[in-house]
Design a protein around this ligand. Structure first.
Ligand SMILES: [Zn+2]
Length: 185
């Protein structure tokens, strides 16, 4: 955990066309870690807190993000956020760990409340941009964490046809094991 904070004056950041490029361990995002840990618990990969016999898995992963500021000819200030996340979660179908990668892009229009009423701005920008309030201390890390949490699948599963197959050693794989798993769930 690096405990770094990234506070920006978002209007000034955009006006100067600044760029922020950051790479942080997943452990820097406590709410995100908690969410991923709960998925591990759901899958039975880790025991709940307080269970002395349980192994605690520290969520691992990396978050890369780039924030670009832009001010257009009309004087509108924008932030462009590119996110790159790789982490390990648990598949909720076969209950094994699985890698999960997310690549996301966001565009924000900074609403300078003094300059124009928010409603007018909202009506004119459509769906391509999200609004971000003008702030001299916008917490970029918090924004990044929020966006990842919103984008994270609630019940992550492998994209291939994985299924809970339990096999005793020496036993032949049961062709109906996959079906059994389907019926159970
Ligand atoms: Zn799976």
């Amino acid at each position: 955990m690096t405990n770094q904070t990234f506070l920006i004056d978002n209007l000034a950041f955009a006006a100067r066309g600044e760029r922020l490029e950051v790479s942080l361990p997943l452990s820097d995002f406590p709410r995100l870690c908690e969410l991923i840990e709960s998925q591990h618990i759901e899958a039975g990969a880790v025991k709940k807190h307080g269970d002395a016999t349980g192994d605690s898995i520290q969520p691992e992963g990396l978050v890369n993000f780039t924030l670009n500021g832009e001010k257009n000819v009309l004087g509108q200030c924008y932030l462009h956020l590119t996110l790159d996340v790789s982490l390990t979660t648990s598949c909720q179908r076969c209950l094994t760990t699985m890698p999960l990668s997310l690549a996301l892009n966001f565009h924000y229009l900074i609403s300078d409340v003094d300059a124009s009423p928010l409603d007018d701005v909202e009506a004119s920008i459509g769906d391509d941009f999200d609004l971000q309030e003008a702030s001299q201390e916008m917490d970029v890390k918090l924004l990044v964490e929020d966006e990842i949490i919103l984008a994270l699948p609630i019940a992550p599963v492998h994209s291939n046809d994985c299924a809970p197959v339990t096999m005793q050693s020496g036993e032949k794989p049961n062709p109906f094991a996959a079906l059994k798993g389907l019926i159970k769930s």
